[in-house]
Design a protein around this ligand. Structure first.
Ligand SMILES: [Mg+2]
Length: 291
């Protein structure tokens, strides 16, 4: 099913967009993929950046906590490395085969007739591989990813719209827009060294993602497994769903143990869909009866 076919009109919906993180949100934490990713990051820190073996694991966790991604933290504390080299080492060697197709989630996503967009700190290739393994590659209108938030080239595409990776389209760059956001982001946390990387959970990443994907936060439901990401999202006006957790906490509107329970966070939308289906059924019966 083409993505365009899945977006239909629902009268007066509460939301007009669903925004999704990828890792540990569209698949469960216990898949083991994130643990493999952490192993690769620690290996990169030791083998490529020359960090001490005993200190790297703790540093990996601390930088992740402080900056949203370990990569952003490493850049902030002065390590110089190539983004592509990092991503190919950390993500390029992941055992993606441990992720299995998820036809249940695919069916649920395809049944929800509103915009669905990805917003992840990961790089484009990783996201494409994950969505491909899960069988969800046709379920999203577009992807806001590392390259969207941190373009390398200075020229090419002048407007932000072009950097939003529409389903199946090529990526582009929007350096001029992002430069402004990077300058603003430097004020995000005065106590920590600044990172040049734009990523969740910082407000500048959300501002840019909302702008690029043309998302109205008040009418968008954001799904993520990271409480920090959700708390920023809440401040930005988004409605929030904590995936992989069952208890509500500050900054969280809904908590879902599994993304398969997505409809629990969308009672109004599901009710509207059911009404439409009922009307269609009654119309069909009326036509058949009068024929
Ligand atoms: Mg995640």
């Amino acid at each position: 099913m083409e993505y365009e076919d899945q977006v239909q009109h629902v009268p007066n919906p509460k939301y007009d967009c669903l925004l999704f993180d990828v890792d540990d949100t569209l698949y469960p934490l216990n898949s083991g993929l994130s643990a493999e990713c952490t192993k690769n990051i620690i290996e990169y820190m030791i083998n490529k950046l020359g960090m001490e073996e005993e200190k790297a694991p703790e540093m990996c966790v601390q930088l992740y906590k402080d900056y949203g991604t370990t990569m952003a933290g490493l850049k902030a504390i002065g390590y110089d490395f190539d983004y592509d080299d990092y991503h190919s080492f950390v993500h390029g060697r992941l055992p993606y085969e441990i992720l299995k197709p998820d036809p249940i989630l695919k069916k649920i996503l395809q049944s929800l007739p509103i915009r669905k967009v990805i917003f992840s700190n990961a790089n484009k290739e990783h996201i494409a591989k994950v969505l491909g393994r899960l069988g969800l590659e046709d379920c999203f209108e577009g992807v806001v990813c590392f390259e969207t938030l941190n373009p390398i080239k200075k020229t090419d595409i002048p407007d932000a719209k072009a950097a939003f990776e529409l389903n199946g389209s090529k990526s582009s760059t929007i350096r001029s827009t992002v430069t402004d956001f990077i300058d603003d982001s430097c004020e995000t946390n005065a106590e920590l060294p600044k990172t040049p990387i734009v990523c969740k959970p910082f407000e500048d990443a959300f501002e840019l993602a909302l702008k690029i994907a043309k998302i109205n936060p008040q009418r968008t439901l954001f799904f993520d497994d990271s409480i920090r990401n959700l708390q920023t999202a809440k401040l930005m006006g988004l409605h929030t769903v904590w995936v992989g957790h069952s208890k509500l906490t500050k900054g969280v509107d809904y908590a879902l143990e599994s993304i398969h329970n997505i409809k629990e966070a969308l009672p109004e939308l599901c009710e509207a869909i059911e009404k439409i289906e009922d009307i269609r059924f009654l119309e069909k019966v009326a036509i058949e009866t009068s024929a």
